[in-house]
Write a protein that binds this ligand. Sequence first.
Ligand code: GRG
Length: 345
Amino acid sequence: MTTATRRFDGFDLAGSDDHMHELEALRACVEQRIDQLLDDAGDQKDMLAAAMRAGALSAGKRMRPMLVMLVARDLGCESPALVDVACAVEMVHAASLMLDDMPCMDNAQLRRGKPAIHVQYGEDVTILASVALLSRAFGVLATAQDIPPITRTRLVARLAETIGTQGLVRGQFEDLHGGARSLDAIATTNELKTGVLLGVAVDMAAIIAQTDDEIAGSLRKFALAAGHAFQIRDDFHDLPGNDSAVTGKDTGKDLGKSTLLTSLGLDEAQRRLAGHLSDAERHLSDALGATGNTRHFVAGLFAQGRARLRLAEPFAPEFVPESAIPFADGASAGAGARARAARVN
Ligand code: GRG
């Protein structure tokens, strides 16, 4: 088995050729399937379809669908329905980002390195496209082939609770209307905004793979810790003065909001971020062991985050993408590095 460093959706991952090929193939498979599921029937004038496709197919990391597929496969499940389940989760994520960027919410102009969907298509179309994406996600899930009806019902119910008043919508509401909040309240909001969707991705994999409660529990803990880490990373990205060309999104959108970064300060926020990343890795190892494609995928994502925030890297050297190090200082990164790093957003 040879080792290599390859670009994977903008991330340089070090690992064996076999692992790299598999990750690349999986991501391509997810994007092709979303492309099919959101087919615009060649009608270039259909702005609604165009906005849905732009929201769902723009250059994201595909972290959630990759987790659905990788975790299920590491648990021994090869169901052909996995890709549709994965696409449903990514459609929900895309719908949430489109709404999040609207003027009445975060009022962001830039997402994934491009004008936000409401900037491209207008606010009315964005709301309708977001609702249509949600509807499509549930339709895809409810009709996924090769999954017993009882399991499909469980998946639909899990996704519904993840979005609703105890999930993303509640998190967004708290974020917008929570005012000055305690650290615990901010952490809960972060969990609802980010942790729950990562949680449903691994939960769905565990449900389809019919894994035991202990493994499912460790996977959920992994997702929650990763969610906390990603929200703190988002806080760092939002700092005024950061380069939008590197993060792919606007900065300064959290001004006036209580975030963990503003409440804890840079050093403590960084310590917490490092702690969440380590916790996530530990829980993932508890669930899936020390090998497997999920671990390679997650190691690449986390190494990027650590390098950019100059955190210590606890993983064994073969998991550390050397090419992540030049991005440690976004300001000194060249054009190629900036393009790659833009996927980190
Ligand atoms: C209608 C589903 C729905 C939700 C309504 C607007 C809203 C409630 C929730 C927004 C929640 C939100 C935008 C949370 C931020 C989560 C987050 C860390 C996003 C960035 O995720 P990455 O880094 O981005 O995976 P990419 O672009 O790579 O996919």
